[in-house]
Every structure is written in C-alpha cells, then in structure tokens.
Write a protein that binds this ligand. Structure first.
Ligand SMILES: [Zn+2]
Length: 325
C-alpha cells in the first residue's frame, strides 16, 4: 500500500503531511524556511521537512507513491524549480523542487503548483460543496487567486494565471506595488501594503484622530485591525480596504463566473468580520452577473498543504474523479 504526501513551501514556513490512501493524515512536520544562503539550502529544508513527516508517520520516504508540492513562485515549470522568489533573500536564485522530491520518494509522481492553485484544489477537494467553478483568494503578505473554471484549474503561461493581486484597482496609482508597478490591489490591501496605505490616508487628512503607531517601523496591518471600532483612522482604513477589495473581487467574479469564492490567508482568516463580511456586502451590489457565495475556507491555515496532498491523491488534477485512494 502506498502513501501520499503534501508539501507547502512558503516564505516563512515549510510544512509537510503524509497520508493514507484514503486521505487520513498520519504524519505532519513544520520547519522555518531556510533563508539561504543558496536555493539548494531551501531544497534541503523541504526534503528535511518531508523526511520528518515520514518519520512522524512511521513510513519510509520511498513508500510515498505520489507527492504534491505547493510553493511560492515564480517557477521554471520545465525544470520544476522556483526562480528568484520575491520574499526570500536575494542570494536565493533557484530552488530545485520536483527533481529532488522525486529522488527522495523514488517516484515520478510529483506535482508542482503555485500556492494559490493548491488552495483552490484543497478547497474544492475537501469542502462539502465542490463546484466546478470556484475561486480561492488569499489575502496575506500578498494577494493572489487560484481559479477553477469548468472543472479545470487554470495554469496559464508558466503557471502565472491568477496573479490578481496585480490587478490595477486604483487608476490614480497612488501606491506603488512591491512588483514596481502602480495602483495594484495588493499595494493597498495586502498585509504588506496596509501600513503604507494607512500612512497615505493619514497624510490625506491629518485631522483624523489616531493612536496608530504610523511612524514606528514595526507598525503592521494587525495594529490597524486591533484598533477597529476604537480609532477614527483605523476605521477609515478598514472601510477603504473594503472598497478596493470589493473592486478586486468584482473583477474576479466578472472574469471567471465562480459559484463560490473562498478566502484564505492571514489577513482574511484573522479578520473575517472586518475584511470578508464587507466584501460580501459590497460585491452583491457591484456584480452584474450571478452573485457567488463568498466565504472563508474551513481548512484555515492548512488549505494550501491539504491542497498539495489532494493533488497527490488525484494525479495532479485536484478532481475527485481522479481519486487514486
Ligand atoms: Zn503589483
């Protein structure tokens, strides 16, 4: 009997799970993502984490029949590697993934996905309602989407479909995105963008009362949400975030016509009432086609690694019809 594995390589943590053929998890592991010095060190961290999960499960890595890997991008898909990841040190230029994992488990059934695509695979595989038309949106340090349309998870050229965080939502381009372009959704509404946006709104109207530590280098998005209902500027920022988030989600809905839009990522998961509820209210007024169900993933932080496992269980498709177990 073979086992299955899911791996999630993020900028902060590497996680791995090992499961029985019926999807029951029997081993887990989590380590900090190595900060280099080279990409090979990150590869070693991934292999180590997968080995740890195998040890936890009491199985040899070669007993793994198939593995799914969810990772930060961008990818060289032909080589199964991450190339120049944005949120790791500059000395990390290339992280080989598919080949080394194939070698460790002695199987060629290794499927590499970007983390948001793994998110939509996981959400679709495990939720009670798993329609063929579904979008998973993460709002965390960045913003991105995994799109399943007509039962197919969209990959696009070099698997770059779903980079919706770089939708232009503000044509005035008042904030510059981490990618270097102006007016992008995640420049305003991601965990990394929110502090800068709060500073911009404070400058717009210096009479707005606030206790937010705007000048503190440790000022984070969490500070804004923590002061909700108590601070005039924090409330204004949260209201404006809802405005841009609703524009971004409306664009997603008009492009892909999903039945369900499911949110994950720390900003959405930790602030459902302040982030996701206002999107639901506004989008219903802004969409001219069918209004989808808008919800938060029930898998929480596990949605991406569970999606990687679901990919392994379904020969890379995420489709229950291909369930191998
Ligand atoms: Zn951008």
């Amino acid at each position: 009997m073979g086992y299955y594995a899911g791996v999630d390589l993020g900028a902060t943590n590497v996680r791995a799970i090992v499961a029985e053929p019926d999807g029951t998890t029997i081993g887990v592991s989590r380590n900090a993502t190595p900060r280099g010095p080279t990409g090979i060190d990150v590869t070693e961290g991934v292999l180590e984490t997968l080995r740890d999960a195998c040890t936890d499960a009491g199985v040899d890595p070669t007993a793994i029949e198939a593995a799914g890997i969810a990772s930060i991008g961008p990818f060289d898909l032909a080589e199964g590697a991450v190339v120049d990841p944005a949120n790791l040190p500059d000395s990390i230029d290339r992280i080989p993934l598919t080949g080394p994992v194939e070698k460790l488990i002695d199987s060629e059934e290794v499927y590499l996905h970007n983390d948001t695509n793994a998110g939509v695979i996981g959400e679709r595989f495990y939720s009670d309602r798993n329609p063929d038309d579904m979008v998973y949106i993460t709002i965390s340090s960045g913003i991105g989407a995994g799109v399943c349309c007509d039962g197919h998870v969209l990959e696009g050229w070099d698997a770059n479909a779903g980079e919706v965080g770089h939708y232009v939502v503000d044509p005035r381009g008042r904030l510059t995105c981490g990618c270097g372009r102006e007016g992008h959704w995640e420049a305003y509404c991601s965990g990394n963008g929110i502090p800068e946006y709060a500073r911009l709104l404070a400058e717009d109207d210096p009479t707005t009362a606030t206790d937010l530590p705007l000048e503190d280098p440790d000022f984070t998005a969490k500070d804004v949400f923590d002061l909700a209902g108590e601070d005039e500027l924090a409330d204004y920022v949260i209201d404006q975030l809802a405005h841009w988030n609703a524009i971004g989600v409306t664009n997603v809905v008009h492009a892909f016509s999903p039945i369900v839009v499911s949110f994950g990522g720390a900003v959405a998961l930790h602030n459902e009432d302040l982030v996701v509820d206002p999107i639901r209210e506004r989008v219903s007024e802004m969409v001219m086609t069918n209004v989808p169900e808008i919800r938060v993933t029930e898998l929480g932080d596990d949605v991406v690694v569970e999606g990687a496992l679901a990919s392994a269980l379904t020969a890379g498709t995420g489709d229950r019809q291909h369930y191998q177990g």
